[in-house]
Design a protein around this ligand. Structure first.
Ligand SMILES: [Zn+2]
Length: 253
């Protein structure tokens, strides 16, 4: 998948998250540790322009890997998607306040990123409600981009921005919170494909399914995230019926 509107790249930051396995809208937080875009511990401030020219592969200082096309695509996607998601939700929610930063960390806990003052670790991506940030284990993210493909980035970020939308809408924590985020992700993806902002490529549907499956099985919070069937259904419901329908279909009940 790719973002067509490359001009939107001027600013931004990155985003992250995919399964959002661990924290839901309200638990974590992050403080950046510096480094270039894509480097573990780096932050992608909304007000600066990222260059992507001084990156190293997540979790490694090997300069040869910096030229890895998968890494380059992932970093470009993180930047461009952040802006695309911000714009999308700004058009859907009055007074929308987007995540203030996307912060990356290493899954082994060696980074200093926190959410709500607590250290963030583990292979995951999350929306930290208390800090209004999106957190991404960049080494895990890179691994999944290699294994599954670039659609992983699109699904995960779309899901995390779904939590951002919930925070803006004042949706309370409830048993449907994760499935609604999936539904919002589906609505975003299909709306933007239809609008020509995102371009689907061969294999994207399979990659999307694999990404959903990973998010369902890879974490210890299955009950909250839902089974694969539930999550796939929620994403498809969003793609078919769009965002407003997600509000009622997957509301607090
Ligand atoms: Zn989530």
């Amino acid at each position: 998948m790719s973002v067509r509107r490359m001009a939107a790249l001027s600013v931004v930051m990155a985003a992250a998250l995919g399964g959002c396995g661990v924290s839901t809208s309200g638990a974590e937080r992050a403080t950046a540790a510096g480094g270039g875009p894509g480097a573990a511990g780096s932050t992608y401030p909304r007000s600066s322009t990222t260059t992507g020219s001084s990156t190293t592969a997540p979790g490694t200082s090997n300069p040869d890997v910096a030229n890895d096309p998968v890494l380059k695509k992932m970093q470009a996607d993180l930047e461009s998607l952040t802006q695309t998601l911000d714009d999308y939700w700004a058009g859907k929610v009055d007074g929308y306040q987007p995540p203030q930063a996307v912060e990356t960390y290493l899954a082994d806990g060696s980074s200093t990123v926190t959410c709500g003052g607590r250290p963030v670790t583990g292979p995951n991506a999350a929306f930290c409600g208390s800090d209004n940030t999106v957190l991404v284990a960049i080494d895990w993210f890179y691994e999944q981009n290699q294994k599954i493909g670039d659609t992983f980035t699109y699904f995960v970020l779309a899901h995390e921005w779904g939590h951002s939308a919930q925070a803006n809408l004042g949706v309370p924590d409830n048993p449907n919170i994760e499935l609604q985020a999936d539904c919002f992700a589906g609505a975003f993806l299909q709306d933007e494909i239809d609008a020509g902002q995102l371009t689907e490529e061969p294999g994207d549907e399979q990659e999307l399914n694999q990404s959903i499956a990973l998010a369902s099985n890879d974490f210890g919070t299955k009950e909250k995230h839902g089974t694969l069937a539930q999550r796939a259904t929620a994403v498809e419901y969003g793609r078919t019926n769009r965002g407003q329908a997600c509000v009622s279909q997957y509301g607090p009940g």
